[in-house]
Design a protein around this ligand. Structure first.
Ligand code: UDP
Ligand code: MG
Length: 316
């Protein structure tokens, strides 16, 4: 008989939690239902990202009953991407799966991801075949990915979020990456390895509302652009070339007018030139500042997150 490729293997599930008091119990129930019957050993690591509601109390009650449910409690809100990174740091499994705790990423897909892994893929991404988010979110996501992929050197697969399985070896590599402004779907693509895709229909949130404000989405988008492309730097060069071009044209124009003896008052063109160049300069300055502030954050080297306490982890 063929040996079960999963025997002796442990599966880690990691879920960031921020104000999910209405979802957390159902979420854990559905994850445990799927993992318990399919795998010999599993752990579910809930990262409490500074929830302001009763999520933590609910999680503590669940963890008291089930030792496989572990909690990493952040000292404050550090954001979704930092929470996932913490999950990678604490997970002990042979495969580590990350998914959202609002049940938009259905836990029932886990066996399909694991199957791909046993077939030899080290990064298995869940792809949103359909999504039930609002019009604004769908449209901005679509436009952003088209734009991002048009400027990236290595393309980020479209419709892939942060629902994925990673082999332990990949997690080991990711743990060594310390960059602060992180764009996880870029990083898990950047590392390479054998990548696979599994399609699913993304559900609606069962309760509560999205924690990704337009501002947070914008930040994530900036991280994607600045961390994984040279586009802003190239844009600076384009702006510079453009200003040289305009200067040449205006120089020729002014010279021709001079020799034709036409006396223009010159006010309009001066204003135009001044506005044009000062705005180009401000724009370039903004790009430089963005790089400087990103470099500054790396030099400060603050940890990505601060853990206040942990539950159900073996003492080391
Ligand atoms: N989340 C988090 N910290 C935050 C915001 C969100 O840990 O600051 C969690 C949240 O609990 C959820 C996941 O990250 O499990 C995705 O967040 P959300 O559902 O708000 O984003 P969306 O699905 O709308 O993109
Ligand atoms: Mg969600």
């Amino acid at each position: 008989m063929k040996q079960n490729p999963l025997s002796g293997k442990m599966i880690s599930i990691v879920a960031p939690v921020y104000n999910e008091e209405a979802n957390i119990a159902v979420f854990v129930e559905r994850v445990v239902e799927v993992t318990k019957k399919n795998y010999e050993a599993y752990e579910l690591i809930l990262i409490n990202d500074g929830s302001k509601d009763s999520s933590l109390e609910k999680m503590l009650a669940i963890a008291a009953d089930n030792k496989n449910v572990k909690i990493v409690n952040f000292a404050r809100n550090f954001g979704h991407q930092s929470a996932i990174s913490a999950g990678w740091d604490f997970a002990q499994g042979d495969a580590v799966i990350t998914l959202d705790s609002d049940l938009q990423d259905q836990p029932e897909l886990i066996p399909e991801l694991v199957n791909k892994w046993t077939q030899g893929f080290q990064v298995v991404n869940a792809v949103r075949k359909t999504r039930k988010d609002g019009w604004l979110k769908r449209t901005t996501a679509k436009v952003f990915y088209k734009f991002l992929n048009s400027i990236l050197t290595s393309k980020i697969p479209e419709n892939v979020g942060d629902y994925r399985l990673l082999d332990k070896r990949v997690v080991d590599v990711l743990r060594q990456i310390t960059e602060r402004d992180r764009y996880i779907r870029g990083l898990t693509n950047w590392v390479g390895f054998r990548q696979a895709f599994v399609e699913f229909d993304r559900d609606k949130r069962i309760a509560g509302k999205t924690n990704y404000s337009i501002g947070k989405m914008f930040n994530l988008a900036l991280n994607g652009i600045f961390s994984f492309s040279d586009f802003p730097r190239k844009l600076a060069h384009l702006a510079w070339l453009f200003s040289v071009f305009i200067t040449m044209v205006l120089l020729v124009y002014a010279t021709v007018l001079h020799y034709m003896g036409i006396n223009t008052p010159g006010w309009t063109s001066q204003v135009f030139i001044m506005l044009c160049f000062s705005s180009i300069q401000l724009f370039l300055l903004a790009i430089v500042l963005e790089y400087v502030s990103r470099t500054y954050r790396e030099v400060q080297a603050r940890p990505l997150y601060v853990v206040a306490d942990k539950v159900n982890f073996d003492k080391k």
